[in-house]
Design a protein around this ligand. Sequence first.
Ligand SMILES: Cc1cc2nc3c(=O)[nH]c(=O)nc-3n(C[C@H](O)[C@H](O)[C@H](O)COP(=O)(O)OP(=O)(O)OC[C@H]3O[C@@H](n4cnc5c(N)ncnc54)[C@H](O)[C@@H]3O)c2cc1C
Length: 439
Amino acid sequence: MEKYFETNYDLVIVGAGSGGFSSSYWANKNGLKTLLISSKPIGGTCVNIGCVPSKFLLDKSKILEEINKSNLKNLFRELSFEEREALFLSFLKETKQYVKELQKRNYLDVLKKFENVDFLEAKASFKDGSVFVEDKRVKAKNIVLATGAKPFLPPIEIEGEFLTYRNFWDLKELPEKVVIVGSSVMAVEFATILSRFTEVTIVFRSSFLKKFLPSQSEFVKNEFLNRGIKLVKATPKKVSEGKLITEKGEIEGAIMFCTGISPNSESFEVEKDKRGFVITDEFLRVKGFNNVYAIGDLNGKLPLETTAALEGKVAVENILGANKKVDYNKIPSIAFSSPQIARVGIMEGRLIHFDLSKLERKSKGFLDLFVKNNKIVGVVVGGYNVEELINTASFIINLELSPGRVSEITLAFPTIGEAIKKASLSTFHNLDETPCCIN
Ligand SMILES: Cc1cc2nc3c(=O)[nH]c(=O)nc-3n(C[C@H](O)[C@H](O)[C@H](O)COP(=O)(O)OP(=O)(O)OC[C@H]3O[C@@H](n4cnc5c(N)ncnc54)[C@H](O)[C@@H]3O)c2cc1C
């Protein structure tokens, strides 16, 4: 233990999640003598309680939705609540097993290979420009703070138990009714999973999926309503033993808060915004310090695994003398709900709306293309099996392609991915008057 406080490190990283691991990788690769300090769980939110288990469970539970949707429905009898519960709990068990394997493979085993990185399992604080473990100061030339976040709870009176993305994975029984508070990406993902097994009501205060235009989020809203998910626009006032009390009345069920995140910044003496997110400049440096960086969910800029990983790399590059900034508009984000909705870029300029039902491979949904100065600057897609499309859009936006250039590229037929080309083509042709075989 003493060696950690005697060594003069080039870099100390606090937090071994997506951001901290990315910084550790790049620091190790560049030969920086590094100390990574973190409390459990190693790997942080994404692998343990975030992206990985939620997508695993979404994929696993999709079968229930497929059976319900397809013509095969009549071949299957309706499952009883007890049968759905047994299935839910067995899927949860498989999810936990998968998380364990991935945590070992992608984090614990990888850490052993970082020859320039020491690891200390501990809780750290930051004051007077240094990192401390208890009252012991770590000697380091540079610091990366990457302690992530926890679930944010609205400031209302809460009596009794409730769910968040933290304790959801430890459920021992399937609630007969779930009330999801919030209308974020996370809310629609959990609503999708749970609605495949049980009754779900979403209670939201203001706009639904506010990262999207009302016309875009309306699509998800309508599809949810068609699938029997209830949507109530109301302000939560109180939680009282399995009831959410709003100005419009009481709603019964297990309450799950999907109301955003709150940064793990309590033990850091740095400048923060009113929600506690650490304030940084465009180079990710903490306000007032030249050698201290805050990355990932801790700075609250765009709380995604991809952001944390990119910022972790950029912070190390800046420590090594670069002056790099992160372009958050180039980072795609997806709600992996059913239907999915995803965006990348900015929603400015001319809007070209394309209806996915016009594709040969008929699908329900839309693709919105935003064109400014003859460049595609933003793409929003909503529909079923459309998530991969946002990666194509990401290439187009990063390469700053025009609708004309995209129209010239041959895409495989018949696919849903053609939507982006068809939308581009529609800037030059009336697609209602063209054969589907125009290239
Ligand atoms: C349900 C859910 C689904 C998600 N799905 C997606 C998705 O599909 N795609 C996507 O891109 N993103 C997704 N995210 C977001 C993504 O998980 C986070 O943005 C990302 O994990 C943040 O990484 P981080 O490194 O900033 O923090 P974390 O991964 O939270 O890591 C922080 C680490 O710091 C440690 N720590 C905390 N305080 C201290 C301290 N004082 N001292 C030492 N160590 C400390 C913690 O124990 C933890 O190990 C999802 C999140 C949730 C909750």
